[in-house]
Write a protein that binds this ligand. Structure first.
Ligand code: G6Q
Length: 531
C-alpha cells in the first residue's frame, strides 16, 4: 500500500480562492440573506440524521471551494486508506507511534466484505468472547459468592477508557437492562472512588478495569484501591475483576482477572468506544443487542462518509464548515450544544476526541504549520446553557460557532401539553430559535439590547436518540475529526502533548515518596502550595 502524500492546506490551489472568498463572507443578518429557500436547500441527509447548515456564513460558491479543498487534500481517499489499514498514525522521519488506525473495523461487521478483514475478524472474535461471558452471567454460571447474579459493574479507566463509554451509557439510559447498573471511576482523586463505591453491594459487583497500555497511574491506583475494598469485605478480587487491555500489556494477565478482553494497538483510546473498551460496560448495562445496534449505526455512517461529495456526506460537510470557520473566518472555539439531557456528557467526550486529535502544530512530516488547527471545543446541554453562557454567544466580543444537536421525539415517556405545547416542543423551539437568533440578530437603538447576529451555527437533527442513532452520531463526529486532520495535513491519532505533565508528576511523586530530592522548580512549587 502506498502512502497518500499531500501538501499542507495552504499550498493547495483552493486555499487562495477560499482566502479571497473569506474577505467578504455573507452577512447572515443582512436583509435577504437568510431566506426560507436558503434554509431548505442547505441540508445534507445521511442515515437517520439531517444536517442543516443555512445558518453558517457560506454561499454555494464557498461550498464549491470547500469541496475543491477537500478534493485537493484527498480527504476521502485518506479516509478510505485509513479504513483499509494504511499506517497513518505516524510522523515521517521521526519516532512516532507508527500504527494503523482501525477503529472503524470494530463496527465493520455488517453485510459487505469489511475494509480490513483481519481487524474486523479480531473485533468479531472479542465480541463472541464477550457474548459467552455475558451468557454465563445471565444463567449464573458466573455469579456472586452467594449464587445471586452480578447487578453492578464499575468501570475503572480514564480518558479514552472512560469518557466515550460513560457518555454513551448515559445517553442510552432508556435502554438499560433492568436490574443492572454501570458506574464509572476515572479520577485518581480518591473522593471519586469513595463516592462510587460508598453504597455498593460488593458481593454482586463486577469491576471492569480498562487500560489499553495497562500502565496508567490513575487506573492502576484506582484498581488497587478497589481491590483493597473487596479484600477488606472478605471477597476475592479475582472473582470480581475483569480487564480490557492491550495484548501483551502489563495488565494482560488472565490469572488476576475473572475474564480478560483485548483491544488492539490500532484502536486509539479516544476512538475506542466501539471496541471492547465500550463493549464490556455497554453490553453489560444495555445488552448485547443494543451494543450491536450501536455498532451498526456507526458503520452506516462510516460507509456514508466515503462519498466524496460534500453535499451528500455529513461528516465531510461538517469538517469543511469547521475549517471555513476556523481558518478562513478566524473563530478559535467551537461549542457543541445537544438539546438533549441524555447527551449531556457527549460534549466532554467530543472535547477529548477533537482536541486530543487535532490539537497539533506540526504536519505529518514534523514541519511546523503556519495555519491554525483544532479549535477549543466546549459545550453542555441546552436549554440549560441558554441560562448560562448564551449571553456571550449572542452579544459577547468573541464569536463562537455552535453545533446544535436535537431529536424530534422523546426517548422516555413523560411528556404532556402544558400551555398548549409539550416539553419536547418547547425544547425544539428553543433549539431552532437559538440558531436563527444567532444568525439574524436584531437591531435595536438601545445598544444594550442590540443583537449583532451574523454568528454561525449548524443543526444536526434525527427522530430519536436510540442505540443506532447514538452510533451514527458518534461516527459523524469521529469521521469529521479525521477529515479535518487530513485537510490540515496533521496526524490526528497520537497525543504526545499529554506526556510532559505526566513525567513531571512522576518526579514530584518520587519526591513525595522520599525516593528522590525534588528539582528546584518542583521543590519551590511544592513549598508554595504547602504540599
Ligand atoms: C486517548 C488517549 C488517552 C488514553 C488514556 C488512558 O486517545 O490516549 O485519553 O485513553 O490516557 O490510557 P489507557 O487506556 O492506556 O489507560
Amino acid at each position: 500500500m502506498t502512502m497518500l502524500r499531500t501538501a499542507n492546506m495552504d499550498e493547495l490551489p483552493a486555499h487562495g480562492l477560499l482566502t479571497r472568498l473569506a474577505a467578504s463572507p455573507p452577512d447572515l443578518s443582512a436583509q435577504g440573506t437568510l431566506t426560507p429557500e436558503r434554509i431548505s436547500s442547505m441540508t445534507v441527509d445521511n442515515a437517520s440524521f439531517r444536517l442543516i447548515y443555512g445558518c453558517e456564513r457560506v454561499t454555494p460558491e464557498v461550498i464549491d471551494a470547500l469541496q475543491a479543498l477537500a478534493g485537493q487534500a484527498k480527504a476521502v481517499e485518506k479516509f478510505v486508506a485509513m479504513k483499509s489499514g494504511e499506517v497513518i498514525n505516524r510522523i515521517e522521519g521521526f519516532e512516532s507511534e507508527n500504527r494503523q488506525v482501525l477503529h472503524t473495523a470494530c463496527r465493520d461487521l455488517f453485510g459487505d466484505p469489511p475494509c480490513h478483514r483481519e481487524a474486523s475478524q479480531a473485533a468479531a472474535d472479542e465480541l463472541e468472547k464477550l457474548a459467552a461471558f455475558l451468557n454465563a452471567l445471565e444463567n449464573k454460571e458466573i455469579c456472586g459468592p452467594d449464587g445471586a447474579p452480578f447487578t453492578t459493574l464499575v468501570n475503572i479507566g480514564i480518558g479514552g477508557s472512560d469518557l466515550g463509554p460513560r457518555a454513551v451509557y448515559h445517553a442510552l439510559a432508556p435502554f438499560r437492562v433492568p436490574g443492572r447498573t454501570v458506574r464509572f471511576v476515572a479520577n485518581v482523586d480518591p473522593d471519586d472512588a469513595a463516592g462510587v463505591f460508598a453504597d455498593l453491594d460488593l458481593k454482586h459487583t463486577l469491576v471492569n478495569v480498562v487500560s489499553k497500555s495497562g500502565t496508567t497511574l490513575e487506573t492502576l491506583t484506582n484498581e488497587a484501591l478497589a481491590r483493597g475494598l473487596f479484600t477488606a469485605a472478605g471477597l476475592v478480587p479475582e472473582r470480581h475483576f475483569i480487564a480490557v487491555t492491550g495484548k501483551g500489556s502489563p495488565m494482560d494477565n488472565p490469572d488476576r482477572y475473572l475474564a480478560s478482553f483485548h483491544m488492539f494497538d490500532y484502536v486509539g483510546g479516544r476512538y475506542s468506544v466501539s471496541s471492547m473498551v465500550g463493549g464490556v460496560s455497554l453490553s453489560f448495562g444495555l445488552g448485547t443487542d443494543n451494543f450491536r445496534a450501536f455498532l451498526k449505526g456507526a458503520n452506516r455512517i462510516d460507509r456514508a462518509a466515503e462519498n466524496p461529495s460534500l453535499r451528500e456526506n455529513i461528516p465531510l460537510m461538517m469538517a469543511m464548515l469547521g475549517i471555513w470557520n476556523r481558518n478562513y473566518l478566524g473563530h478559535s472555539t467551537l461549542a457543541v450544544i445537544p438539546y438533549s439531557e441524555l447527551l449531556s456528557l457527549f460534549p466532554a467526550h467530543l472535547q477529548q476526541c477533537d482536541m486530543e486529535s487535532n490539537g497539533k502544530s506540526v504536519n505529518v512530516r514534523g514541519e511546523r504549520l503556519s495555519y491554525e488547527t483544532g479549535p477549543v471545543l466546549w459545550g453542555q446541554a441546552g436549554t440549560n446553557g441558554q441560562h448560562a453562557f448564551f449571553q456571550l454567544l449572542h452579544q459577547g466580543t468573541t464569536v463562537a460557532p455552535v453545533e446544535f444537536i436535537g431529536f424530534r421525539q422523546n426517548s422516555l415517556d413523560l411528556d404532556r401539553r402544558i400551555e398548549a405545547t409539550t416539553s419536547r416542543e418547547k425544547l425544539l423551539a428553543n433549539l431552532l430559535a437559538q440558531s436563527l437568533a444567532l444568525a439574524a440578530g436584531k437591531r435595536d437603538d438601545n445598544p444594550n439590547k442590540d443583537f449583532p447576529g451574523n454568528r454561525p451555527s449548524l443543526i444536526l437533527v434525527a427522530d430519536r436518540l436510540d442505540p443506532e442513532t447514538m452510533g451514527e452520531l458518534l461516527a459523524i463526529y469521529e469521521n469529521k475529526i479525521a477529515f479535518q486532520g487530513f485537510v490540515w495535513n496533521i496526524n490526528s491519532f497520537d497525543q504526545e502533548g499529554v506526556q510532559l505533565g505526566k513525567k513531571l508528576a512522576n518526579t514530584i511523586l518520587a519526591a513525595l515518596s522520599g525516593r528522590e530530592k525534588p528539582g528546584p522548580l518542583s521543590g519551590a512549587m511544592m513549598e508554595a502550595a504547602g504540599i
